[in-house]
Write a protein that binds this ligand. Structure first.
Ligand code: CP3
Length: 343
């Protein structure tokens, strides 16, 4: 299937583009009343993730409603721990909860090897359906959580600010930590390959909790996993988004990936200096800008675009859009990128 809009893929590969492509992290979700309506028909978030036709439907909503240059498959990073044997619950207004967590090596040894076509059939099938329904309009992004971020949830069982338990493992249980990170990495590679096989045109790895690690610990534990993933995926462009990882961008720059995502705390000019010309940068408008007025959204978006310099750039927010944001502001952001004239 020929893509009619392949801006995202060209930008990722470093080819010339008329303008930067634009999409938003968490574009499929609670900002859209149409999403909330589909969700309300089901028992909740998890059932939506596990019902391929519905997951495909909400994947395509932002393409229709917001006019973004890419779709991202509707799922969650927590499907990997679930496939490995640790089920999660998504508690309304609270977030994810794991009834069982990893305490000891025996817990790691009990984890299952993941067969994506079987254990994660729902997301793989959702990709096939979404891909068919998109019919070449825009590329479809697949994704997974980074091993370090998944490790955090598997050890702590719920969200945390400091992830001190997960970090304690790195110092006190080094071999357990390594074996768990290795198993997650194997599952992640298999899962991303299955997504690509099913039709994902680009894949993104979300390291949402990279920012709690020092440069030294990230290099010692997390980076080797990311290296293994980047080296294993050569079928489609890959994006690494290490949120809060501005202090080790130089290390991320050595990864064998096409694009690095930036959160809003990183200055685009500084990032380009640290990363060099060899990679595409994605980001990084402060999501809170979308709480400002429309004029301010336009001004801040243009300023951000200018700082990226118009080449090797994929426009996005510096993290996911927040559920209480006005979709009209999101549209202003997208429209501003689409009208951007270089120089
Ligand atoms: O549009 C998209 O970006 C695709 C869908 C997507 C979701 N989660 C849907 C979702 C993606 C890419 C994710 C990734 C994800 N999930 C991450 C990495 C990105 C990031 O935000 O840093 C993380 C850390 C998670 C784990 C997770 N999922 C948490 C902590 C929560 C609860 C917080 C919240 O916003 O309620 C979720 C739930 C979740 N995942 C929702 C959505 C749309 C909200 C659930 C709902 O509809 O009620």
């Amino acid at each position: 299937m020929e893509l009619r809009n392949d801006l995202l893929l060209r930008a990722a590969r470093g080819e010339e583009t008329e303008r930067p492509p634009v999409w938003l992290m968490r574009q499929a979700g609670r900002i859209l009343p149409e999403y909330r309506a589909v969700r309300a028909e089901l028992s909740g978030f998890k059932e939506l993730v596990e019902t391929p036709e519905k997951a495909a439907e909400v994947t395509i909503q932002p393409v229709d409603l917001l006019d973004v240059d890419a779709a991202i498959i509707f799922s969650d990073i927590l499907v990997i721990p679930e496939a490995m044997g640790l089920t999660y619950e998504m508690v309304e207004k609270v977030g994810p909860r794991f009834p069982q967590v990893i305490h000891a090596q025996s817990d790691v040894d009990r984890l299952k090897e993941v067969e994506p076509e079987k254990d994660l059939f729902y997301t793989i099938e959702a990709i096939r359906i979404a891909k068919k329904q998109l019919n070449g309009r825009v590329p479809l992004i697949g994704f997974a959580g980074a091993p370090w971020t998944i490790f955090c949830y598997m050890v702590e069982g719920k969200g945390s600010k400091e992830w001190s338990k997960a970090r304690r493992f790195l110092w006190q249980e080094e071999s357990l930590a390594r074996s768990l990170l290795d198993k997650i990495t194997d599952a992640t590679i298999a899962y991303l390959k299955a997504q690509i096989e099913a039709g994902a045109d680009l894949v993104q790895v979300f390291d949402s909790w990279a920012g709690v690690l020092s440069r030294e610990l990230y290099a010692k534990f997390a980076l080797p996993c990311m290296e293994r993933i980047c080296d294993a995926i050569d079928e489609v462009p890959l994006t690494v988004f290490a949120k809060g990882g501005g202090h080790f961008l130089q290390d991320l720059a050595s990864l064998n990936c096409e694009t690095l995502g930036l959160d809003w705390t990183v200055d685009p000019l500084e990032a380009r200096k640290a990363v060099g010309a060899g990679k595409t940068l994605q980001g990084n408008l402060d999501p809170s800008v979308l709480y400002a007025g429309h004029d301010e959204v336009r001004e801040q978006t243009n300023r951000m675009l200018q700082r990226f310099g118009g080449t090797r750039h994929i426009a996005n927010l510096g993290h996911g859009v927040y559920p209480d944001m006005d979709p009209e502001k999101v549209k202003t952001f997208i429209k501003t990128v689409k009208e951007y004239q270089q120089r």
